[in-house]
Design a protein around this ligand. Structure first.
Ligand SMILES: *Cc1c(COP(=O)(O)O)cnc(C)c1O
Length: 392
């Protein structure tokens, strides 16, 4: 394909990043090799010194991983992309590549639990401090800035309450302070939201979720301008949390159906959210595609649809919520999301079980809250499975 032509995202998701081998294979090749050979001593020396482009060792580059990086970069509108072994190692590599002891992060408090642990506990031991602020309070982000703030970090929509932050407003705050804005785009994927277009400097992915889309393997990615990503790559090739070729191959195939899946997840999630709002046992529904969502207008402007994650409060607290979980016969009781299979989680006793009840209350995670990652089964079957436990 001619890369100067303007292709639509669904076309790029299928066609971008393919470099065929001498065998002219049609589908993407899987290169299971840890190292690459050279024609001569001089050839090896030129490749190692960087004078000659080429693969050297799997910790540095692999053609299947490169294909994945190129495809995702095109979809996010990024100049550069590095693939990682998981979503968490994408976040770790970003911090290790771009920050030093004495630097400061301003982060949303509504983050994936492991990211809170990484910033709040682990990075702190290495002299990087983090101030956590409300996802939706733009003034609080500005007030938390310090002279040594290097990074603003957000995840939108957030897990599990689907709070939306204003990416363009946060980008301006970051740039006025000489800092970078990183956005974890796991819930939306580039099909629904492109943070770089809105001014963000870095996009983070847990490819484990929607990019695979079928709950098979772990992976992640960091994307942005070349000058921002280069130091992240230096950390990766040195420290080693790189993506395996096999996983890259799985993600390449997953991405081919990403648009179809994201549209289907979103359609079903909206239908389910509207239905949940009608159930007498449901107190409140959290979904960015519902007009009742506090940031509905911002979400409409920033993302194409509401995405596939719906959360709701059940009347009656923990017992009532657990009854819904335990009455399901089809939906999977598991914390993963972005799968074809619908999953259900009780955040207060699982993903957010390790924080104090006070912290949970402050974060708005009540004992009756349930999170559904809506899969691709018939919505009527998902509703029937939930209705059993919602009966009065
Ligand atoms: C799952 C997840 C991560 C971490 O990704 P892993 O691939 O599990 O390491 C980071 N951010 C968000 C929003 C996630 O859902």
């Amino acid at each position: 394909m001619n890369e100067h032509d303007d292709y639509e995202l669904e076309t790029l998701a299928i066609r971008a990043g393919i470099e065929r081998s001498q065998f002219n294979e049609h589908s993407e090749a899987l290169y299971l090799t840890s190292s690459f050979i050279f024609g001569s001593a001089a050839d090896a020396a030129a490749t190692f010194s960087g004078q000659k482009p080429g693969n050297i060792y799997g910790r540095f580059t692999n053609p299947t991983v490169t294909a994945f990086q190129q495809r995702l970069a095109v979809l996010e509108g990024a100049e550069s992309c590095v693939a990682t072994s998981s979503g968490m190692s994408a976040i770790l590599a970003t911090v290790m590549g771009l920050l030093s002891a004495g630097d400061h992060i301003v982060s949303s408090q509504s983050l994936f639990g492991s990211t809170v642990q990484l910033f709040g506990n682990i990075m702190k031991r290495f002299g990087v401090e983090t101030t956590f602020v409300s996802q939706t309070d733009v003034a609080a982000w500005r007030a938390a800035l310090k002279p040594n703030t290097k990074l603003l970090f957000a995840e939108t929509p957030s897990n599990p309450l689907t709070e939306i932050c204003d990416i363009a407003a946060l980008a301006k705050i970051a740039h006025d302070a000489g800092a970078l804005l990183a956005v974890d785009n796991c819930f939306c994927t580039p099909i629904l939201q492109r943070p770089l277009d809105l001014g963000a400097d870095i996009v983070i992915h847990s490819a484990t979720k929607y990019l695979d889309g079928q709950g098979r393997v772990l992976g992640g990615a960091v994307l942005g301008r070349k000058e921002v990503i280069d130091p992240v790559y230096v950390f990766l090739r040195t420290a080693g949390p790189t993506m395996s070729a096999f996983n890259a191959w799985i993600f390449l195939k997953g991405i081919e159906t990403l648009k179809l899946r994201m549209e289907a997840h979103s359609r079903s999630a909206l239908e389910l959210a509207l239905w949940l709002e009608q159930q007498p046992q449901v107190e409140r529904v959290y979904y960015p595609g519902l007009p009742s969502h506090p940031q509905y207008t911002l979400a409409k402007h920033q993302q194409k649809t509401g995405g596939g994650i719906v959360a709701f409060d059940v009347k009656g607290g923990k017992d009532a919520a657990w009854r819904v979980v335990d009455s399901t016969q089809m939906i999977s009781i598991t914390a993963n999301l972005g799968d074809t299979k619908t999953t259900i989680t009780h955040p207060a006793t699982t993903t957010h079980g390790r924080i104090t009840p006070e912290q949970r209350a402050a974060a708005g995670i009540g004992d009756g809250l349930l999170r559904i990652a809506v899969g691709l089964e018939a919505v009527s079957d998902i509703q029937r499975d939930l209705a059993r436990g919602l009966k009065v």
